[in-house]
Design a protein around this ligand. Sequence first.
Ligand code: PDD
Length: 282
Amino acid sequence: MSRIAYVDGVYRPHRDAAVHIEDRGYQFADGVYEVIAVRGGKLIDEELHLVRLRRSLAELRIDGALADAPLKVVLREVIRRNGVVNGIVYLQITRGIAPRDHAFPKAARPVLTVTARRARPTNPKVAEEGIDVITIPDIRWQRCDIKTIALVGNVLGKQQAREAGAYEAWMVDGKGHVTEGTSTNAWIVIGDNLVVTRPAENAILNGVTRQALIAIIRREGYEFTERAFTVAEAKTAREAFLTSTTSDVTPVVAIDGHPVANGVPGLLSQKLRADYLAHVAE
Ligand code: PDD
């Protein structure tokens, strides 16, 4: 089956799908995006993704994007045309096409692009054995709560992780507190099974997986607090894990080469992963 993409109102063969050279997404990273998991043909936590999308658009003052109802039709059509049962759907909305000028153009209208792809088979070892993270300075801007396509800081961080042989890099703010991973949220478990993650303020993206897991944690009655934690605290934590649409809940077993507890996935992390996967399968 050949791949199909949606570009500004038209379904096109993926290989020919392109945006205008003066699309503001291309020139200024002036746009937002979402990555939504597709499992068993269903979009996981679609409403939470759409709420976050609307918030990102409002924060960038991008008006006139396709409304939720027609957008949902496009997402489903791209998923259907690509035969995706398990995978992801990616959507991006930019401020539109206009002669290059930093200030908002008067006449541009938002450009929506959508692609979908089947999941690459995930290596079961990743969740069974856990993954390594490194820590790096957070060099990004002060509005990481907006899901913009301006990801070069995240790109550099992920590459640094790859070159260090790690799965992810946890970024650290000027006070020595972990903000988040380059494409994931960061969590630790300390003391008597207290789950800790950073509050969703401007320094991090409020992950949909994060939101879904917090709801599960509250429902199951686990001890939980939202506060910033230091790298030192993470290195001496009982457990650590990360979350995202594409990583679900994945145990972290080493930080900067230092094993977390005894260097194997923690029991609570594994339980939360199972609870999250049950939520996805619901
Ligand atoms: N990344 N933090 C950052 C910086 C992210 O880019 C992401 C998601 C997350 C987790 O958010 P969610 O649980 O909603 O996926 C946290 C997506 C998957 C990506 O850019 O591919």
